[in-house]
Design a protein around this ligand. Structure first.
Ligand code: ATP
Length: 367
């Protein structure tokens, strides 16, 4: 029987458990054995009981559980060849030659590097006397399939990543709660949300809650934004009679010179220029926690099933795929194409070429 491993890596995201559950059960359904690698690449490097065979009932009830029950880690040793050498040895010893990795672009890059080096790693292990030719013979190819687990929705080539809608839901609930107190006291609130280089969570939550103003990294505000923001908020309050003001700022928000726009900077502006009683709320890790929403449960399930299908379809020369969703269809995309396109957007932003960055995200984008 073929043995398929599954691991979660990088930042945790709601829905990762649903993905592991689907991979385990689809593997078993396909007459394969399923193995969970605990603590991300740490488990692969350390082996032992960090790689555990999974049975049907082991993942029972996992759909509704938040975080990742098999653990996740940032593993420095897997970044080094020596760590990947140990990982390759552990996989051969356990008879695992296919890996489904659920994580962000870093984790997927690591998986691709591992696959590219695979036969060289095995040869090195034989030369060092750690494995025999006989032992490595059945494992000439390593199959890798990626699943994108990230609350940030920051991967190119997919409309949604596993976890992003759960996080968005949580942010909306938090903003609704803040609305009530903001209304009661006629206050302003500046709410900082996660997303690193990607403004998706901030943009979608601002639309979903009807926020007054928004800052995202991809479209830095034009110079003089302080006046624009104050004028708009004043209009909302004085002419339209709004009792509460909500500004949403992505953690990676910046101006056109790439200076960070922080929640405290915005708060000071609103307080000093408008005399508005303003508070800041940094939502932090509550955005990551809790049960997966319905969307992430079905997305992770369908994508986990597709990941196993992709493992079984792979040939030695086919590029590693990442499972995506586009216009509601579950698809396979070459993994490194998606990772490279993601890096290209970030590079354009760092080069202050914001129009090009947005055009990469959406060819029809106009500011
Ligand atoms: P998130 O989007 O939540 O940060 P991520 O997968 O991008 O997730 P990283 O910290 O970049 O998170 O990567 C997770 C792990 O993947 C790293 O700790 C490391 O073990 C492995 N990894 C990342 N990049 C590489 C690489 N270039 N080569 C080998 N391993 C890598």
């Amino acid at each position: 029987k073929r043995r398929i491993g599954v691991l979660t890596s990088g930042g945790d995201a709601p829905g990762m458990n649903g993905a592991v559950r689907a991979v385990v059960r689809m593997a078993l359904h396909s007459d394969c054995e399923a193995y969970a690698v605990y603590e991300g690449y740490e488990g692969l490097v350390n082996g032992g009981n960090m790689i555990r065979q999974m049975h049907w009932e082991d993942v029972r009830g996992w759909l509704s559980r938040g975080g990742t029950l098999i653990g996740s880690a940032r593993c420095m040793s897997f970044r080094e060849r020596a760590g990947r050498l140990r990982a390759a040895k552990n996989m051969v010893l356990r008879g695992i030659d296919a890996l489904v990795v659920c994580g962000g672009d870093g984790s997927l890059t690591g998986a691709d590097v591992f696959r590219a080096e695979w036969s060289g790693l095995l040869q090195e292990l034989v030369s060092a006397g750690e494995l025999t030719e006989e032992q490595i013979k059945p494992y000439s190819v390593l199959n890798i399939v990626g699943l994108v687990g990230s609350i940030d929705n920051d991967m190119s080539g997919t409309d949604a990543t596993i976890g992003c809608y759960s996080s968005l839901t949580r942010i909306c609930d938090a903003v609704d709660d803040v609305f009530d107190t903001a209304y009661s006291h006629q206050r302003g609130f500046v709410i900082e949300v996660m997303g690193r280089h990607c403004g998706w969570l901030a943009l979608m939550s601002a639309i979903s809650t009807g926020a007054d103003w928004l800052f995202i990294p991809e479209i830095p505000p034009r110079d003089g934004w302080e006046d624009d923001m104050c004028a708009s908020i004043t209009k909302n309050r004085k002419e339209r009679g709004k009792r509460r003001t909500i500004v949403i700022v992505a953690e990676g928000a910046q101006d056109r010179q790439l200076n960070k726009i922080s929640s405290s900077t915005i708060k000071d502006i609103l307080t000093q220029r408008l005399g508005l009683d303003t508070r800041t709320t940094v939502l932090g890790h509550t955005q990551r926690g809790g049960a997966a929403c319905a969307y992430d449960r079905w997305l992770s399930t369908l994508q986990g099933v597709e990941a196993v299908r992709a493992v079984l379809d792979m040939t030695p020369t086919s590029p590693s795929p990442v499972i995506t969703i586009r216009e509601n269809k579950i698809m396979r995309t070459p993994l490194m194409e998606a990772v490279q396109a993601t890096k290209d957007v970030t590079a354009k932003i760092h080069a202050k070429d914001f129009q090009a960055a947005m055009t990469l995200r959406d060819p029809e984008f106009k500011e």
